[in-house]
Design a protein around this ligand. Structure first.
Ligand SMILES: [Zn+2]
Ligand SMILES: [Zn+2]
Length: 338
């Protein structure tokens, strides 16, 4: 077939180097390798990790790189990109941060592929979804609940999945603190409440918008990060990339409680008295996700049902979406719609 797909191009937003904004470029539409799917991107969520990548706090080893790791796309017959009505069949999938694992290391073989040292991450090691098309390993493409429009589904793919993994680390904790009430917390609050947990939301002090949003989503209490909750917490998840929240969250815990750090990067944690950790309190991090996390969370979300609040941006405005996220200019999650 003389369908010159090799020369067809697409618009994409690429990271070139630390300290520079994303650049709008025209690049060839990627060709799927064996085992990969070619996707027409319908929506791509923006994540705080994208800011860490932009700022060099998490390294992109081989730029230029198309960012975006919460991709909702329709599967195209390979080589059919660029045509009219090219999403025939309309099979829709979601692609998360974990884009490839080796399947052979000790972590992969013990249900901990999230820790695979050979893993490749979407939008960091592999081109992501801030583009009109993307390719992804079929093993890491997940069916999405049909009840979600694409832009509503996108935030489930990182904020939702890694948030869900963080919640699993909290065990049966009934009184749950969420520090930083952004994309992940707004999803988790709904899930946690459905699980009959009590949600306590902590935001920057005086952030009435975020605290009101948290109460709207069922938080029994919302206040500033420096405040103590009205009763001690059984677990707390920290989503804000702020190390000084760790001792604050520990101080809010009941004996035996756990603080889970949910982000990929955090500023240094200040020292704190041993008495804050005493009585079997624990501090731990959550890294990435496994396919099991994805399957479980994507099955749970429509049961709750989790409703995501999204702010959509055009592809060329991805840089603006990132700066709005940095400045806290919206509640909920930002999503790029190419
Ligand atoms: Zn993310
Ligand atoms: Zn591995």
């Amino acid at each position: 077939m003389a369908q010159a797909t090799g020369t067809a191009t697409m618009r994409a937003m690429v990271f070139e180097q630390v300290g520079q904004p994303l650049r709008a470029v025209e690049v060839p539409i990627p060709r799927p390798a064996p085992g990969q799917l070619l996707l027409r991107v319908q929506a791509c969520g923006v994540c705080r990790t994208d800011l860490h990548l932009l700022d060099g706090e998490v390294e992109i080893a081989a730029p230029p790189r198309i960012l975006g790791h919460q991709i909702v796309g329709t599967v195209l017959p390979s080589g059919r990109a660029g045509g009219d009505g090219d999403s025939q069949g309309d099979r829709r999938v979601g692609v998360p941060w974990l884009g490839w694992t080796c399947g052979e290391c000790v972590y992969c073989r013990s249900g901990r592929e999230n820790l695979c040292p050979n893993a490749r991450f979407t939008g960091r090691d592999l081109d992501g979804g801030m583009a009109e098309y993307a390719v992804a390993d079929a093993r890491y493409c997940f069916a999405l609940p049909e009840s979600y429009p694409s832009e509503q589904a996108a935030p489930l793919l990182c904020a939702g999945l890694i948030g869900y993994r963080a919640l699993r680390m909290c065990g049966p904790a009934r009184r749950l603190g969420l520090y930083g009430f952004g994309a992940a917390a707004h999803i988790l609050a709904q899930l946690a409440r459905w699980q009959e947990r009590l949600v306590f939301a902590f935001t920057r002090s005086g952030d009435e918008a975020a605290q009101g949003f948290a109460r709207e989503l069922g938080a029994v209490w919302a206040g500033g990060s420096e405040d103590l909750p009205p009763e001690p917490l059984d677990a707390a998840i920290i989503f804000a990339p702020v190390g000084s929240l760790v001792p604050l969250a520990l101080r809010a815990l009941a004996p035996g409680g756990t603080v889970v750090c949910g982000g990929i990067h955090m500023s240094d944690i200040p020292s704190f008295p041993y008495s804050s950790l005493w009585e079997e309190r624990a501090v731990r991090s959550v890294a990435n996700l496994t396919r099991r996390d994805a399957e479980e969370m994507l099955a749970l979300a429509p049961q709750v049902p989790v409703r995501t609040r999204v702010h959509t941006y055009a592809l060329q405005d991805a840089g603006m979406a990132l700066e709005d996220l940095r400045a806290g200019r919206f509640t909920g999650a930002a999503v790029i719609v190419p």
